[in-house]
Design a protein around this ligand. Sequence first.
Ligand code: GDP
Ligand code: MG
Length: 307
Amino acid sequence: EHAAATPHRAGMAALIGPPNVGKSTLLNAIIGEKLAIVTPKPQTTRTQITGIHTVPGLQIVFFDTPGIHQRRGRLNKALLQAAWQSLHEADVAVACLDAAKAQKAGSVAAQVANIKGPLLASGLPLLVVLNKVDQVKDKGLLLPLLQEAAELFPEAEIIPVSALRKDNLDRLVARIAAALPESEPLFPDDQISTAQVRFLAAEIVREKLFLQLRQEVPYGVAVDIEQWEEDPETGFTRISAVIYLTREAHKGMVIGKQGQTLKQIGVLAREEIQELLEAKVHLELFVKVKEDWTENPAMLRELGYQL
Ligand code: GDP
Ligand code: MG
């Protein structure tokens, strides 16, 4: 006799919400690793970071979006764009709200003002997470907030959680899973992130190299991030990057007299990567020769180029 086979489900879940409601904390709690940068300061997540939750029968690919809020400026415009872009790619939207803040304000309305329209317009299955319930001491005060959220989003399920205490996250994961299509896994089961920040960091190194060498840049320079380690204790991120060249003869040019050119590339790149990550960075650069990498699809893909 056969056990009824449960279909494998896999898909994309977009975490959407104002800054500081705990989206990154929630993601890290579900994935079980420190993925997104979490600080008490809003706007920590500058790049869209994905986390991948894989268990038997299920794979959820999360987008942790930058907080959505109305502000001027090119960066903020780009952030908003990225946030809504992620919604187009998602199978389910998870709107995150801060229960403690809502309780103080007496309403969730202010927190959903900027997201309600686009969320409803997206037509996606919607889950509304009321996070930080650990900070609402009198649980009776949660009821009117849950009711208000249910009225604002009639089709959505409202799920109170505490990302910090990992309360009710099983239920949230189960509801996300139920909203995903039947599908084979989208990523290998040991992959927890697509780590787009790595690609950006590699691009920064490449840019500094171009600036240092000016018109002498050899054809076929690539940068690969080989090691990336965040130390939650010190807040330092240790990064090792390899600069690939196609000719042995180019090495001297990139390294420079007594290593001065490479050193300068490292100094400038480190400063900018620190800004990107909003964390202290220790950057090590290596130079390697790999003759025909520019013709090697596997290597191109590994370096982040879309073929
Ligand atoms: P994001 O901007 O939405 O990604 O928010 P973060 O995940 O960076 O969290 C912002 C702040 O809220 C941090 O200080 C977190 O420790 C805190 N926080 C997140 N989730 C919870 C929670 O469930 N309970 C409490 N008390 N604090 C939380
Ligand atoms: Mg965040």
